[in-house]
Design a protein around this ligand. Structure first.
Ligand code: 13P
Ligand code: SF4
Length: 353
């Protein structure tokens, strides 16, 4: 990276001192991670943001839904800042609140709503989290989806989970961790009347999955897994649960970005790994562990383009603006939405484990 920009980032960071706290998601570029006070997966970063009441500015190097969640979890005097407002998430955009309200009406009309517990993946707008809070549900991340599903099903014997917006995380968790059959899951398509489902299907389902997915992880295929197994003897295939069920069921290990890092850190020297997640993280792991044979599960799958929007120039501009007393790109969630979203986020933070 540009040495001038690096020096400017250091100077602005120093000027801000403990007045600012910089969070970096594991998918961020190296040039940004270098300035993060803490790195983590979505769950860890949400918790860390909530535990920094001394910092006036929380600089969130990640995507929009993460910054929204941080704004909801931090105190009123704190400001959450996203270095590029265009850093969204295509998966979160697949569930609009109007569509979700309509889906709920469908569940009410089908006579199943009273058994339904909504669970929304962190990768969703604050409005979807608020919907979840209003209907007695919880937020989850890829590191606690199993605990969240168990919590929901423990509430009543007939419970059904309405899982938003990532169908793959919902299906993978239900089938892989809870032992459900793929047939217990139905997919609700917001572009079709009644989600493209019959009343009978809604009544029989245990998991009603929103038709959303991650455009990065959705590109890995079972063929990629088969190819790497042919190419690299004794390879361990390690993937994120946003991958399709086909890929996850062929993998050796599955988990959040934090889990992927821990697994690699504990791997025996000389072992071979093919990792199915975003490229910045895989490249960093390969560089940090030259004693391991780390490869990318599919070389045509690349960065998360929105995560990558946060680059050094945006970070420098943000830090310098804050240091000059001209905060930019503040993320503020509407108070009523924030109230109900916080109910669902607090429920997640209270889950066991
Ligand atoms: P985690 O960091 O929670 O594993 O989530 C990955 C992700 O896709 C964030 O967008
Ligand atoms: Fe969204 Fe996928 Fe990017 Fe994560 S990796 S921010 S789920 S598009």
């Amino acid at each position: 990276s540009d040495p001038d920009l690096v020096a400017r980032a250091h100077a602005a960071r120093q000027a801000l001192g403990s007045n600012a706290f910089v969070l970096g998601h594991h998918y961020q570029r190296d040039e940004v991670i270098e300035f993060a006070d803490v790195t983590g997966d979505s769950f860890k970063l949400a918790r860390d943001a909530a535990n920094r009441p001394d910092a006036e500015f929380i600089v969130f190097c990640g995507v929009h839904f993460m910054a929204e969640s941080a704004d909801i979890l931090t105190a009123a005097h704190q400001q959450v800042v996203l270095p590029d407002l265009a850093a969204g998430c295509s998966m979160a955009d697949m569930a609009a609140i109007g569509q979700v309200e309509e889906a709920w009406d469908t569940l009410v009309e089908a006579g199943v709503a009273e058994d339904v517990v909504p669970i929304t993946y962190m990768n969703s707008s604050a409005a979807i989290k608020a919907f979840t809070g209003r209907h007695g549900g919880t937020v989850c991340t890829s590191s606690n989806a199993e605990v969240a599903l168990n919590w929901a099903f423990a509430q009543r014997p007939q419970a059904k989970v309405f899982f938003l917006p990532d169908q793959h995380l919902g299906r993978n968790t239900a089938v892989r961790d809870l032992g459900f059959s793929p047939d217990d899951c139905v997919v609700y398509n917001p572009h079709k009347p009644m989600g493209g489902l019959t009343v009978e299907q809604l009544k029989n389902a245990r998991m009603i999955l929103w038709r959303g997915h991650c455009s990065v992880h959705g590109r890995f295929t079972a063929e990629n897994v088969a190819t790497v197994r042919r190419r690299v003897p004794d390879v361990n295939v390690l993937v994120h649960p946003e991958c399709t069920h086909e890929v996850v069921s062929q993998a050796d290990q599955v988990g959040s970005t934090e889990y992927i890092i821990r697994t690699i850190q504990a791997a025996p020297a000389g072992s071979a790994w093919a990792i199915g997640t975003e490229l910045n993280l895989v490249r960093r792991l390969a560089k940090a562990h030259p004693d391991l044979k780390i490869s990318y599960l599919d070389r045509t799958v690349c960065y998360c383009s929105t995560m990558n929007r946060i680059d050094l120039p945006h970070l420098v501009w943000t830090l310098e603006s804050l240091a000059a007393g001209r905060p930019v790109n503040r993320i503020v969630v509407d108070p009523d939405v924030a109230h109900w979203a916080r109910v669902a986020l607090d429920q997640m933070l209270a889950l066991p484990g």
